[in-house]
Write a protein of this length. Structure first.
Length: 362
């Protein structure tokens, strides 16, 4: 049977590879790193890679029905999140009709990335590690209709001229004490970043990231977040690192895109990410499936893709409004969003989550 190439062994690439294999193709995945790890990367200071917990609205049983992959063993229900909006604290509890989950990302055995990798190997997908595609020539060497799922890494955007914005970060990581009973997810929205900062913990590992799109963080911001986290929550990390988080396809109103150049795109590279709160796990799984479908059924896949990302532009405009009106726009939006949450929670499943890429499709 014909061989298909998938570039990138992250959530979208692995989902696409498993689905193509099930359709009977030989599948080879090319991955730049020496193993699985998704968005995790080497920090400039050495070999340490960052491992994170991503929070996402998700209905695992519906994802399973759509993608053919039961991700539930790698998902942990998330019952609440704590939010600090310009100093005001909100505790948001997620009732049953707000299905929120945490997934570990990175190269440890319990991560969603590793879970999908094990499934892919069982299905007979072949992997080639240490194959970073960097130049136009590297991409030209791929067969037409190869699937590109290279996530937040910049090479594919640059070579294929997909508009992007850079993301700058400050990152701390450590293990949680066994007795840790604090919130699993804490978000900070404040005047120091027009995005946000977050702490998350899963399976004994904890990480915190302050990040900002488009322009580097100020020195004041880099001092503020570690101090604030220690003061509010007693959470401290031995070291903090400046991190090149990567790039996001939010440089243009015309994203997302399923077909580009000679290729099929999936996951973050395809723009399957909510531009405001960056829910991308869901979109990566759904568009991984759609990318596999696009190999044989491009028109049907295109319809699916458009529907999966129907609210992207609305969300993009929200994002622009927050940037233009920053900081008070962010203050009003975050306080209203989290303050009114108990009122709209009963309708979240039906209405509020429509902006999550893929939500409407599955
Ligand atoms: C700051 C931040 C916070 C986020 N928080 C959340 C969250 O809480 N919840 C959520 O749902 N989403 C979150 N996201 C989004 C989420 O991380 C992504 O949507 C998700 O990882 C997308 O999966 P993917 O398969 O597209 O890419 P990835 O999982 O990143 O996989 C890409 C793979 O491609 C490989 N690769 C890259 N370039 C090349 C190349 N040139 N050649 C070969 N291989 C290559 C990489 O090594 C990697 O293995 C966040 C994003 C950011 C930036």
């Amino acid at each position: 049977m014909e061989e298909k190439i998938v570039v990138g062994a992250g959530l979208a690439g692995l989902t696409a590879a498993i689905n193509l294999r099930r359709e009977g193709y030989e599948v080879r995945v090319l991955e730049r790193r020496d193993g699985i790890g998704g968005p995790a990367r080497d920090l400039p200071t050495g070999e340490l890679t960052y491992v994170m917990a991503d929070g996402t609205p998700m209905q695992p049983e519906r994802i399973a029905a759509y993608t053919g992959i039961d991700v539930s063993p790698a998902c942990e229900p998330l019952e609440s999140a704590r939010v600090y909006s310009f100093g005001k604290r909100f505790d948001a509890f997620f009732p049953k009709n707000v299905p929120a989950y945490l997934v570990e990302r990175g190269s440890r055995q319990a991560s969603l990335d590793m879970y999908l990798y094990r499934l892919a190997v069982e299905e007979g997908v072949r992997f080639e590690f240490n194959v970073p595609l960097k130049t136009r020539r590297d991409f030209d060497g791929l067969p037409p209709r190869s699937i590109l799922a290279t996530g937040l890494f910049r090479e594919a955007y640059q070579v294929l001229e997909i508009p992007f914005v850079p993301v700058y970060g400050l990152f701390g990581q450590g293990m949680t004490d066994e007795g840790y009973a604090g919130p699993k997810v804490i978000l900070y929205m404040d005047r120091y970043t027009w995005d946000y900062a977050f702490f998350s913990t899963i399976h004994g590992i904890a990480g915190a990231l302050l990040f900002q799109r488009k322009r580097p963080l100020s020195e004041e911001a880099k001092r503020w977040f570690p101090e604030q986290l220690a003061r509010d929550e007693g959470i401290e990390f031995p070291e903090w690192y400046e991190l090149d988080v990567g790039v996001l396809p939010m440089g243009s109103f015309s994203n997302p895109r399923l077909f580009h150049d000679r290729f099929i795109l999936a996951g973050t590279l395809a723009g399957a990410q909510d531009p405001v709160l960056l829910f991308g796990v869901h979109g990566a799984l759904v568009t991984g499936k759609i990318a596999a479908m696009a190999v044989d059924r491009p028109e049907e896949a295109y319809r699916e893709f458009r529907r999966a990302n129907l609210f992207w532009r609305m969300s993009y405009l929200n994002r622009r409004a927050i940037e233009i009106t920053f900081p008070w726009g962010l203050k009003v939006a975050s306080r209203a969003g989290f303050g009114l949450y108990p009122l709209y929670a009963p309708f979240a499943l039906r209405y509020a989550f429509l902006v999550v890429p893929g939500w409407l499709r599955i």
